[in-house]
Design a protein around this ligand. Structure first.
Ligand code: SAH
Length: 470
């Protein structure tokens, strides 16, 4: 290890910054954040530093540098564009045994400044030891996405509760278990959602009432491409104890689940249930009552033809805390990747999401309303009933030559789009791989003009970056 990472308390300690340009301004910003007693030595200041000087944020010595400026300093940063001067500052500091940093000149540094993720009081510092600062910055960007902004708040509350927890749980192992459960369980979810007093109540329950409740989180996985999962969804997947997932959830997304989590397939396809909804409900309740963080991972969005509402009702009845992380629904994702805008000023003023798979025969759709022009219909689970759908729409007045598209495996690498006219729907629906979405309306014709395929490589890269960190 070439450098020892330290977190230094600079509050009211003198730090001398030599230089008054934009580079110095960047360093000044950081030092002021850490409440250092900042002294800037420079004949001139850039506009930003001028402004801060006016706000009395630091002491300005409007001189050329002299070694006595370093007296009583704890740290020195040289940010001038004069190489010889920087070198002199470094040697002066070394003589006085003051840690010194010449910006972007590693040999002239007795300390280096890391890339920082600030979730105060939690701070993550990353360094490549001066060899590849850009790499350290890239790593920081990746970690940024994985650490919720609420992390600092969580640490702050935990800091306040530390004494009480120590008093109540005298055994070290018990305390460790308590905090592990808190930081990955319902307490963490409540803090992330900004429900701070409920979060503290949850800690209290856990501490004094031996609360062992788990929780249920419905997560929308999107239509397939892992890049479409939300950051929140990803974080939830990485802290789950059990993940109950559908057939519709892609392999790519399943790879993002925490390695130690139990993964249970409760898949079902329209009309071909492998695990009944009742069994899924029972599993949710069973695991949650064991104190587990249960993630119900659903294709697309949990509330769009996903029976998410029913599962939440079951949780509510059983007194299990729950939350929902929305996802990109198939009609949004698949059409975007197929180059079919759902609305268009010239062609379509509204969009309707419909299921072609009704619960009961006779629960008929309002064909008359659906047959009007200037609107887009996005039909889920519609391929089996495709013949009936086109007959009804034509019967009630929609032009038989209305453009249509059937998008199979939307957003996935094997996405297939077939297009034609409304009267051909039945034949076309058989040509697209499952799962398939039917789009009816003039906008479907825009596929030929707007189809694009550039996105996949980008998302695969993103996914492998996340996997490296998992
Ligand atoms: N909750 C899901 C929908 C579940 S219903 C969502 O919000 O997307 C299942 C239907 O969704 C399938 O029959 C199909 O019509 C559609 N679907 C789901 N994923 C799809 C995909 N990748 N491409 C095309 N259609 C898809």
């Amino acid at each position: 290890m070439d450098y020892l990472p330290l977190f230094v308390d600079l509050r009211t300690r003198k730090v001398v910054l030599i230089g008054g340009g934009v580079v110095a301004a960047r360093k000044a910003e950081l030092l002021l954040k850490a409440h250092a007693a900042l002294v800037i030595v420079s004949p001139e200041l850039c506009p930003q530093l001028q402004q801060e000087y006016q706000q009395q944020k630091f002491i300005w010595l409007q001189h050329d540098y002299q070694s006595h400026h370093l007296n009583d300093a704890y740290l020195v940063i040289a940010a001038t564009d004069d190489g010889k001067l920087n070198e002199r500052i470094f040697h002066d500091a070394n003589e006085r045994k003051i840690f010194a940093n010449v910006v972007d000149d590693q040999p002239l540094c007795s300390f280096i400044v890391p890339s920082i993720i600030d979730r105060s009081p939690v701070i993550v510092a990353i360094s490549s030891g001066g060899t590849a600062p850009v790499l350290a910055r890239l790593l920081r960007e990746k970690l940024e996405t994985m650490l919720p902004t609420s992390l600092g708040k969580m640490a702050e509350i935990a800091g306040r509760w530390r004494g009480k927890v120590k008093e109540s749980l005298t055994n070290l192992r018990e305390r460790k278990r308590f905090w592990e459960k808190s930081f990955s369980g319902h307490f963490a979810s409540l803090v992330e959602n900004g429900q701070l007093s409920a979060a503290e109540q949850q800690l209290e329950r856990q501490l004094y009432q031996q609360d062992n409740s788990g929780e249920l989180i419905l997560v929308g996985a999107g239509p397939g491409d892992a890049g479409l999962l939300t950051l929140k969804g990803l974080r939830v997947l990485q802290s789950a104890d059990v993940v109950l997932y559908d057939h519709l959830v892609s392999e790519e997304i399943l790879e993002l689940v925490r390695r130690d989590a139990d993964k249970v397939c409760v898949g079902k396809r329209a009309g071909n249930h492998s695990v009944s909804q009742e069994e899924t409900n029972e599993l949710i309740v069973k695991y949650a009552l064991q104190g587990k963080k249960v993630v119900r991972l659903k294709g697309g969005d949990p509330f769009v033809f996903g029976r998410g509402g029913e599962e939440l009702q079951i949780a509510a009845q059983a007194g299990i805390p729950f939350q929902v992380v929305p996802g990109v629904t198939a009609a949004i994702g698949a059409t975007a990747y197929a180059g079919i805008p759902l609305t268009h000023r010239e062609h379509s003023q509204s969009i309707t999401f419909i299921t072609g798979h009704c619960r009961d025969e006779g629960a008929e759709l309002d064909w008359q309303a659906l047959s009007r022009g200037n609107q887009t219909l996005a039909i889920y689970m519609g391929t089996v009933k495709a013949a009936n759908i086109s007959q009804q729409l034509i019967h009630f007045g929609r032009d038989r030559e209305t453009p249509i598209a059937v998008i199979g495996c939307g957003t996935r690498r094997n996405q297939k789009v077939v297009t034609g006219q409304l009267h051909e729907l039945d034949t076309l629906a058989q040509q697209a791989p499952a799962p398939a979405l039917i789009v009816i309306g003039e906008v479907a014709a825009l596929h030929h003009q707007l189809a694009w395929f550039g996105q996949q490589t980008e998302d695969i890269r993103w996914r492998s970056a996340v996997l490296e960190l998992a």
